[in-house]
Design a binder for this molecule. Structure first.
Ligand code: NOJ
Length: 532
């Protein structure tokens, strides 16, 4: 049966990413926590989203802010405890919200008990749970691989006389998924959380988890230029996207399927053809959705996006379901990229495309560029490679809830600065304002929920140009036309030849009535006369 016919919740729904450190602090330490999230669940449910994905909440030294896990089956004390987690889970479920956790299988923290054992002695049973190698003949690292955060991917361990591999920080050693005991232990981690009632996982850097067995040098990237990260000097040919990783993804899926309608979302950056393989096959499915970051990666230009959408759609296998991500804790803020007027158009695009949207906290109020003073930079990637403009702190700043001290986020100075315009750009202010971005997000989310044409309908791209992006969404006899003006000039509203407009269902501008002109920065959802 096709996914549209089954329409599981994750295909119809909208996912909202919560970055726990920056959502709501409940205990006055300047860092968000689980009780804080629980206290804000009415806001989240009121947005009209269907699921929350929590960035990692597990014990962690926080070298990479939770993506360095020291215990997969625990709760970071800074965030709370199991009682707080169970309360959050139950309260979310009571509001009809699913809860996804962040599973980080490629690496642990160097403080994880497994790694402490692994590095303690070469003959330790857990030595092979990580990737240890002797030096190259010249005494240097075993190969040329470069960490995603800069520098060699290898760290020398003096005590045991070998190098270990780390795709990210040296305090994030890579696990060895070729070891069956490690594999079994990680499957137990998934079982632990599924048994506790979580509805699925976002899987961190899934395409990284297995490396070519003999660890050959990666090829040099001929297109590298000095304004790019050090990682990009090489093509990650042997260090990512290995066939064995697909087998593991299929194992994850088989396990998740034993628990009913759970969802697995893989973080995967690859060209379309290789990206699509992560759906697996009908007989041996892998993740339900490999995250699609192409709205982040491509220029804000209608002609470019039309091609992106067409190529992505064409790459999907028949059993594959699309998805779109526009913001995250790793990417620049949408409003910083496209500007404030276009942030409204971006909202309409994200929530009307075919496929599950993932909305990142704070984008619904249009937090834009946040300048992080040098002495407050916390992102390890930025600290290791300054000056490239890759800092991630600017999208991790706390949610400004209201105009009270520290924006209602905390009672003390937060771990990262607030957006400078927080006294006016905050949830409470936008909540009251019928013309705010927040009000638009809520309206679009409600429209999407009420219109199967938007959630599970077909999509047909309509001719446009560099500024105008248009597409139809259809389901049964309902026919919707979405027209987005990505430019700042007004444009004629050109309709498909057979289209008769019946009604304006949504506009990014206030008080829209039918007209044949598309205003600057305007997006429209129009209901067309039914398909005969
Ligand atoms: C991807 C995560 O989104 C990012 O924040 C993290 O630094 C890396 N994976 C390493 O876990």
């Amino acid at each position: 049966m096709s996914i549209v016919a089954q329409a599981p919740w994750w295909a119809r729904g909208v996912i909202y990413q919560i970055y726990p450190r920056s959502f709501q602090d409940s205990n006055g330490d300047g860092v968000g926590d689980l009780a804080g999230i629980a206290a804000r669940l009415d806001y989240v449910a009121g947005l009209g989203v269907d699921a929350i994905w929590l960035s990692p909440i597990f014990p962690s030294p926080m070298a990479d802010f939770g993506y360095d896990v020291a215990d997969y089956c625990g709760i970071e004390p800074m965030f709370g405890d199991f009682a707080a987690f169970d309360t959050l889970l139950a309260d979310a479920h009571a509001r009809g919200l699913k809860v996804l956790l962040d599973f980080v299988p490629n690496h642990t923290s160097d403080q994880h008990a497994w790694f402490r054992e692994s590095r303690s002695a070469r003959d330790n049973p857990k030595r092979d749970w990580y990737i240890w190698r002797d030096p190259a003949p010249d005494g240097g690292p075993p190969n040329n691989w470069i960490s995603d955060f800069g520098g060699s991917s290898w760290e020398w361990d003096e005590a045991s006389g070998q190098y270990y591999l780390h795709a990210f920080l040296k305090s994030q050693p890579d696990l060895n998924w070729r070891n069956p005991d490690l594999r079994a232990a990680m499957m137990d981690v998934l079982r632990f959380w599924l048994d506790r009632g979580v509805d699925g996982f976002r899987i961190d850097v899934l395409w990284h988890i297995v490396k070519a067995a003999d660890l050959p040098d990666n090829p040099v990237n001929p297109d590298w230029t000095p304004n790019r990260t050090e990682r990009d000097r090489l093509i990650q040919h042997h260090s990512t996207d290995q066939p064995e990783a697909h087998e593991i993804a299929a194992e994850f899926r088989a396990l998740a399927d034993q628990y009913g309608e759970r969802v697995l979302i893989g973080e995967i950056f690859l060209p379309n053809d290789r990206h699509a393989r992560w759906f697996g096959t009908v007989e041996r499915p892998e993740v339900h959705m490999p995250f699609n970051f192409q709205l982040i990666e491509n220029a804000w230009n209608a002609a470019v996006l039309r091609d992106v959408i067409a190529d992505y759609e064409a790459s999907l296998p028949a059993h594959g379901w699309p998805n779109w991500v526009f913001g995250s804790h790793d990417a620049p803020r949408i409003a910083a990229r496209v500007g404030e007027p276009q942030a409204r158009v971006a909202a309409m695009l994200l929530l009307t495309l075919r496929g599950t949207p993932t909305l990142y906290q704070g984008d619904e109020i249009g937090i834009g560029e946040v300048v992080i003073p040098a002495d407050r930079v916390r992102d390890p990637q930025e600290l290791r490679q300054p000056g490239l403009g890759i800092g991630r702190d600017r999208s991790r700043t706390p949610i400004p809830w209201d105009a009270s001290p520290f924006a209602g986020f905390s009672t003390v100075e937060p771990w990262l600065p607030l957006n400078a315009d927080w006294p006016t750009r905050n949830v409470a202010a936008q909540d009251r304002d019928p013309s705010s971005l927040l009000t638009l997000y809520r309206a679009l989310l409600s429209l999407r929920r009420g219109q199967p044409a938007l959630s599970i309908g077909d999509m047909v791209l309509v001719a446009g140009d560099d500024d105008v992006l248009a597409y139809e969404r259809r389901h049964d006899d309902v026919r919707l036309l979405i027209v987005l003006n990505l430019g700042s000039q007004s444009r004629a509203l050109i309709l498909p030849a057979d289209a008769i407009v019946m009604e304006v269902l949504a506009s990014t501008l206030p008080a829209r009535t039918l007209a044949d002109v598309l205003a600057p920065d305007e997006g429209l959802v129009l209901r067309l006369a039914s398909v005969r």
